[in-house]
Design a protein around this ligand. Structure first.
Ligand code: PMP
Length: 392
């Protein structure tokens, strides 16, 4: 009989020849337990997903309750389902009044696809401006705006009319013109290795978009839901996008994404043709029930308010090590830059052997990624850092 590991390697499509291939039996809070009973502290949250940790009892209860009431009923947008309406109400109550209309999808990439479509139709323009080292997903539209030629060139032809400009470079904003339908940007570039724009940059970008009539899309798929120390990162700059994208932590462990805009912009998908953007499972009621519980817990337990202090504790402990050349951090999203990709891989391997899961970044192999569940305790932070520092 084949082992799970053999079936995983033979019968599940692989995305690289070096999968992590950990076999997890169960996970709770910040801890994951392997089938051979090893405890592993999760410092990456399934890539910024498990903000409330694993198997939060209230999320589990919300999922179970909704599954027992009803699961899928009908494609998105036809039937009134209370988990969806509650979620839209919760989200819009947290957002500025210009972001008052929510379209629910299944993933981050789908949120990107929906946003690009409404921007093109609303502005009646076709050009899109994106950024070098941006990551927005793997579907064709999302790949087209990805800021890395190696990934894009393997799948040509992609969407036409897309230009990539330097992130955080004010002089490059002149590439945004009256022909630009939308500018899509991560307000903090995550997969680039946590690149935080200089003060004033996002304001200048907003101004250029407003002057030219281009819609500004903020991809907060990785930075949203408290990760950077505010529920949404844009609250920190005060720059309000025309379209906001959420996914990852939105579903509190369940697959869910959203593109959010004003009713005026969103209504372009209602007609000419009607049903211009539809999805079977988008806004699945069980996922929305989990998302509602997640937002309620994040707010009720003041979890977001503690993120900055926890991030600062990580940074103060890790900055003691001479092996980190630079630490870039916003809230609990952190990149610790080392001398070389080899050093990064050595550290990741060492930590995993000692019960700590770390990662690197898609476009920055010289930095380790630290993005733990936001509920991580100070003791767990100290434990994690002591393992990292032992190796250093
Ligand atoms: N945008 C950003 C900023 C992301 O980090 C990701 C996923 N890493 C995506 C979009 C795509 O999301 P998904 O994998 O759910 O399609």
């Amino acid at each position: 009989m084949l082992s799970n590991r053999q079936i995983f390697l033979q019968s599940l499509a692989q995305t690289s020849d070096g999968p992590l291939a950990l076999e997890i039996e169960y996970a709770k809070g910040v801890e994951m337990y392997t089938t051979d009973h090893r405890r592993i502290l999760d410092l990456i949250s399934g890539i910024s997903v498990s903000n409330l940790g694993h198997s939060h009892p209230e999320i589990v209860a919300a999922v179970q309750d909704q599954a027992a009431k009803h699961m899928h009923l009908m494609v998105y947008g036809e039937i009134i389902q209370s988990p969806q309406t509650r979620l839209a109400d919760l989200l819009t109550s947290l957002l500025p009044s210009s972001l008052n209309n929510v379209y629910l999808v299944n993933s981050g990439s789908e949120a990107v696809e929906g946003a690009l479509k409404i921007a093109k139709k609303f502005t009646n323009r076709t050009e899109i401006v994106a950024f070098d080292k941006a990551y927005h997903g793997s579907t064709h539209g999302a790949l087209s705006v990805m800021g890395c030629g190696t990934f894009r060139n393997a799948y040509l032809p992609l969407l036409p009319g897309i230009s990539h400009i330097d992130f955080n470079e004010i002089s490059a904003l002149t590439h945004i013109t009256e022909k630009t339908a939308a500018v899509i940007i991560e307000p903090v570039q995550a997969e680039a290795g946590v690149h935080i724009p200089s003060p004033g940059y996002l304001q200048a970008l907003r101004q250029r978009c407003s002057e030219t009539g281009a819609l500004l899309i903020f991809d907060e798929i990785q930075t949203g839901m408290g990760r950077t120390g505010s529920m949404f990162n844009f609250e920190q700059s005060g720059v309000v996008p025309d379209i906001l994208l959420l996914a990852k932590a939105l579903g509190a462990g369940m697959p869910l994404g959203a593109f959010i805009s004003s009713t005026e912009i969103m209504q372009v998908i209602m007609n000419n043709p009607a049903l211009g953007h539809i999805t079977t499972f988008g806004g699945h009621p069980v996922c929305c029930a989990a998302a509602c519980a997640g937002i309620e817990i994040l707010t009720r337990d003041a979890i977001v308010e503690q993120v900055e202090d926890k991030g600062a504790l990580f940074q103060s402990l890790l900055s003691k090590s001479p092996l980190f050349k630079e630490i870039r951090r916003t809230g609990l999203l952190m990149a610790c830059e080392m001398e070389s990709p080899e050093k990064v891989q050595q550290l990741i391997k060492y930590c995993l052997e000692h019960g700590l899961l770390l990662d690197w970044f898609l476009f920055d192999s010289e930095s380790i990624r630290i993005a733990p569940p936001l509920i991580i305790s100070d003791e767990e932070i100290e434990e994690a850092c002591s393992i990292i520092l032992q190796q250093c």
